[in-house]
Design a binder for this molecule. Sequence first.
Ligand code: AMP
Length: 199
Amino acid sequence: MKSICVFCGSNAGHNPRYRETAEQLGRLLAARGIELVYGAGNIGLMGAVADACLGAGGAVTGIIPEALMGKEVAGRAVDHRALTRIEVVDSMHTRKARMAELSDGFIALPGGFGTFEEFCEILTWGQLGFHRKPMGLLNVNGFYDPLLAMFDRAVADGFLRPQNRAMALCSDEIEDLLAQMAAYQPEPVDKWLKEEKQL
Ligand code: AMP
């Protein structure tokens, strides 16, 4: 993997472990020569992962929608001159598409709606066969346990195939998650479950 897109909170969370892990991830990407692609924000875990990656000599690309440019957060992101590259795009949709195009894999650190949405959308594109790239949850502090339980519930209730559920890689350890991602071989299956299997 030459580049990884990181989805993460525009807040830093209450537990200091979240920020520490974001910084650790940024440094590790830099050390491995993997470019960081992200939403260009300079706040919360987004700022933490980008600053740590840049600080360790890594390459960082930020993708920001024009509509966010005037806002304080985007302004700070754009003033974040050390970013290796900033792309200004026309919409949130284009941003996600560009982040997906530019990246060889995706990691979600803890976050809120934006992070959940981005990760679930990229999973959705994966299960539809639009891409074959690895996607992993960095389960710091068990943050993603409830989401993983939700995925399992969707399998149990016949809304999600186990093979597609397995696309969501997960670890509480960065190195382990990167190793899982490097070894990832998607199992192409139809998204849709057969009628007769439904209860
Ligand atoms: P959230 O988890 O709700 O804080 O949203 C964070 C995710 O949504 C990030 O991965 C970004 O791509 C995007 N996002 C949300 N808010 C911002 C912001 N103020 N600036 C840049 N990106 C944001």
